[in-house]
Design a protein around this ligand. Structure first.
Ligand SMILES: Cc1cc2nc3c(=O)[nH]c(=O)nc-3n(C[C@H](O)[C@H](O)[C@H](O)COP(=O)(O)O)c2cc1C
Ligand SMILES: Nc1ncnc2c1ncn2[C@@H]1O[C@H](COP(=O)(O)OP(=O)(O)OP(=O)(O)O)[C@@H](O)[C@H]1O
Ligand SMILES: [Mg+2]
Length: 504
């Protein structure tokens, strides 16, 4: 069997592991269900193409193990279903039909939507399991395992996902190693193919050529597989990019207030064994870009405690920053807590694993690195050349890996630079402040200041002393300098001239 032979002869160990796992899943499915009870959902895409050849190999190996005669093994008896749509690319349609005829697929073409098409199909046929080319990282993979029953509301069948744990790079390694044909669009810069309405070539593969039409490199040259969907229409979340233009300049909602909270994870901070070096610095940094930081909390190294805090803060804050508890130790539970807060599991992330392998190469053993498990379906890795490992962003939660102030400075600077191109952390109008000092007592200032706070609700008016006998310092902070000046003037009017002096 040419596919099995090509993989066995390859010296790509990783590909062999992935292949063996996928073949195992296929063989288990073929042992659990009869051939009439399984179907293959094929759409001419790259993942489907990989799955087709894996199924061919898996079916062959299954039959060989059953010691069946070799006769008929070249045929592919698994019913193949294709949901045809008028919005499909003509290249996808023709590749699907050509492949079906090359490999003798029994193609069922369904013209209705997925759900009603499947309802009809399952009524007319004894199908109990459907093979799909879904991979971790696909929006629809969230929560799925290699064997996942269809969702409530869908007709009952088992979704079988043999390449769930394959990365973009694994898919291309397989296609190129086995030298199988794939849809021509992938040679024109398309890296993931949806409908003609939502898919364009991936701009990361563009070859700039000033005089001619824009050209693109082939899909297998995309170096960062996580960006395979960059050519698909994006849905922006309102909290991730308030101005939507990704400029990172001062946000157009100048007057709006964005709120962040900070969570520190670590018993050593909670119990006062060590001083928190990162918290105050981080809060200053967040404040310096015009965000408000009304809450900061320290939690112990316990998954449920982290999950509880993250869950609470992520829904009431525009952004949550978390540090501590990230790493290989048993106490490093931050990522597990974040995953739990979002109701997702931790899943292997190929790209992150590669960064870690680079960083800790000799100490990284086994096929899977526990540290490369990230919350599934919600994680975005924020790469920057000055970072050894990317920052981890799970929707509106940003996880810092810094363990000291210098590392935090670096991670923050990179975050700010990245936000200029991605816009996920809008720069707001900065806060301005004025400070007055006076020898008045607290009792004398208490009432006028409380009235002033009611009169200027948008300002933070605070009082503190550097020492018990020293002067009282009154701070006025807000985003509108005119308001601050009016508040200062109102206060000064209530007392004799010279009662207050400004501090710069
Ligand atoms: C054979 C098959 C089975 C599916 N089963 C389910 C399912 O059980 N639950 C579900 O929510 N969606 C199911 N879907 C829909 C997919 O999750 C997804 O919505 C679909 O592939 C459209 O993806 P797109 O929006 O990226 O084109 C199924 C799709 C196919 C082709
Ligand atoms: N129109 C369709 N007909 C049949 N199966 C489909 C269809 N659309 C999706 N599927 C199934 O869902 C899987 C995942 O689809 P997805 O679009 O992510 O992958 P792909 O099309 O194979 O590759 P690409 O990511 O490059 O588009 C497919 O491999 C296929 O099994
Ligand atoms: Mg597709």
């Amino acid at each position: 069997m040419e596919i099995d032979k090509a993989i066995r002869e390859s010296d790509d160990r990783r590909l062999k592991t992935k292949y063996n796992n996928a073949i195992y899943v296929i063989k288990r499915a073929l042992a659990l269900y009869s051939i009439e009870e399984v179907a293959f959902s094929f759409n001419g895409g790259k993942d489907s193409t990989v799955l087709l050849h894996l199924l061919r190999a898996g079916y062959f190996l299954h039959k060989m193990e059953q010691k069946c005669s070799n006769g008929g093994l070249t045929s592919f008896p698994i019913r193949t279903i294709y949901f045809e749509s008028s919005a499909a690319f003509p290249e996808i349609n023709s590749f699907t039909y050509d492949t079906a005829s090359s490999y003798g697929l029994q193609l069922d073409i369904i013209s209705s939507d997925f759900k009603s098409g499947l309802e009809k199909l399952l009524k007319a046929n004894p199908i109990r399991a459907i093979f799909l080319g879904v991979r971790i990282g696909d929006p629809t993979a969230v929560g799925q395992e290699q064997f996942s029953p269809s969702s409530p509301g869908w007709p009952p069948f088992m979704r079988v996902n043999p390449i769930l744990d394959w990365s973009y790079r694994d898919v291309w390694a397989f296609i190129l190693t086995c030298k199988v044909q794939y849809c021509s669009l992938y040679d024109q810069g398309y890296t993931s193919i949806g409908s003609i309405h939502d898919t364009v070539p991936n701009a990361l593969l563009s070859i700039s050529d000033s005089c001619c039409k824009e050209k693109f490199k082939p899909a297998y040259l995309l170096s960062d597989g996580r960006l395979e969907r960059a050519g698909r229409a994006k849905k922006f979340s309102s909290s991730s990019n308030a101005d939507g233009n990704g400029s990172g300049s001062v946000d157009s909602h100048k007057s709006s207030l964005l709120v962040a909270s900070v969570i520190a994870v670590g018993e050593e901070i909670l119990f006062g064994t060590v001083e928190d070096q990162l918290g105050p610095s981080l809060r200053r940094k967040i404040h310096s870009i015009g965000w408000s930081v009304p809450q900061t909390v320290v939690v112990q190294n316990d998954k449920d405690s982290v999950a509880e805090e993250v869950e609470r803060r992520k829904s009431t804050n525009d952004m949550v920053f978390i540090y501590g508890g990230v790493g290989p130790l048993h106490s490093d539970v931050t990522l597990a807590g974040v995953a739990k807060a979002f109701g997702v599991r931790l899943a292997p992330d190929e790209e992150f694993e590669e960064y870690l392998r680079h960083l800790i190469s000799d100490h990284c053993t086994g096929d899977q690195n526990e540290m490369a498990l990230l919350p599934e379906g919600i994680t975005e890795l924020l790469h920057h050349e000055k970072l050894a490992v990317p920052l981890i962003k799970c929707q509106n939660v940003i996880i810092f890996t810094a363990t000291n102030a210098t590392e935090l400075d670096n991670e923050w600077d990179c975050l700010i630079e990245l936000t200029r191109s991605c816009g996920f952390l809008p720069m707001m109008v900065p806060y301005v402040s004025k400070h007055l000092q006076t020898n008045l007592s607290d009792v004398e200032t208490a009432q006028p200041l409380s009235k002033l706070s009611l009169e200027f609700p948008d300002l933070n008016i605070g009082c503190y002393r550097k020492s018990r006998k020293g002067p009282l310092i009154i701070s006025f902070e807000g985003k509108d300098l005119t308001q601050i000046e009016s508040a200062v003037e109102s206060l000064c009017k209530l007392f004799h001239p010279g009662t207050f002096s400004g501090i710069h």
